[in-house]
Design a protein around this ligand. Structure first.
Ligand code: ARG
Length: 299
């Protein structure tokens, strides 16, 4: 009897052991989900559609946008931005002896690239080629002592104003020109495609407008007596007057103000926001004023 009882106990214990053993594999599934959780959420959706049909959509909804966010910068993978200018326009831009473009606009352009975390590339070209270069994508923005006006606003977007300029009339010291009337019929030098060309010189009755690729070339022709006056932007003309002797401004002719701003292709709101932030920072800190002085007088 005793042995029978012992055998029964042993059998029960064996059964219990087997049951306990069976219970162990049941714990394994708790390991699996952990692995799945660290694996890509995408996989979950394709691997276990049946089991997690109800849970999956929720998880996917929160996981997917995250992935898109990190993928976005890689998408707009541009690591350079191209600044278009005409580097013949101090204090805003010129080429130094090593061929580097320097000036107020150069420092602004560098700050824009820095804000965007990209490398700045400079495209120096003829002034009147800038709008088409922007439109075609050859350059990403124009900073060139570039005046904002209605005509240009039709084809590009403009930033906030960073300098208020005006056109001035440059003559030889012995000139008797004293009024706008006196300009009629004269030989007037301008830089091709500038506001001085399109909205001032070209409006003067019977004017013989001579168009140059740079305002300096116009001033040199004026000094040499080949033209009667030059119409151009006040600060660059001021810099030129320090370099060429025998020239003066016609103080009695005062044209209206114009605003320098930076131009982008239409609808580039992200870029424009960065540009305006840079301009605001550099204006508020007094940096732009400082640069205007340094590049107008230094050199
Ligand atoms: N402010 C004038 C304009 O927008 C002249 C600008 C000339 N700029 C230059 N970098 N050359 O037409």
């Amino acid at each position: 009897m005793k042995t029978k009882f012992t055998a029964l106990v042993a059998a029960i214990m064996l059964l219990a052991a087997v049951l306990a053993g069976c219970a162990q594999p049941a714990a394994e599934p708790t390991v699996a989900p952990t692995q799945e959780a660290t694996a890509a959420p995408e996989e979950e959706a394709t691997v276990a559609p049946e089991e997690e049909a109800t849970a999956a959509p929720e998880e996917e909804a929160t996981a997917a946008p995250e992935e898109e966010e990190t993928a976005a910068p890689a998408d707009g993978e541009k690591d350079t931005i191209v600044w278009g200018t005409n580097a013949e326009f101090m204090p805003f831009e010129t080429k130094d002896s090593s061929g580097t473009v320097v000036g107020v606009d150069a420092d602004i352009a560098a700050a824009i690239a820095e804000k965007l975390g990209v490398e700045l590339v400079v495209e120096d070209m003829e002034f009147d080629s800038l709008p088409a270069a922007l439109e075609s994508g050859k350059i990403d923005f124009i900073a060139a002592g570039f005046t904002r006006n209605e005509e240009r606003e039709k084809s590009m977007d403009f930033s906030d104003t960073y300098y208020v300029a005006r056109q001035v009339v440059l003559v030889r010291e012995d000139s008797t020109i004293a009024s706008e009337d006196d300009l009629k019929g004269l030989k007037i030098g301008v830089q091709n495609g500038t506001t001085g060309d399109l909205y001032f010189a070209s409006e003067i009755e019977d004017a013989d407008v001579q168009r140059y690729t740079t305002i300096m070339l116009a001033a040199q022709d004026l000094a040499a007596g080949r033209i009667d006056c030059v119409i151009g932007d006040n600060l660059p003309i001021g810099v030129i007057m320090n370099q060429i002797e025998g020239l003066k401004l016609v103080e009695s002719i005062v044209y209206e103000d114009e605003s320098y701003a930076i131009a982008t292709r239409k609808g580039e709101t992200e870029l424009m926001t960065a540009i305006n932030e840079v301009l605001a920072e550099m204006t508020e800190s007094g940096e732009i004023d400082e640069l205007l002085t340094v590049y107008s007088t230094g050199e």
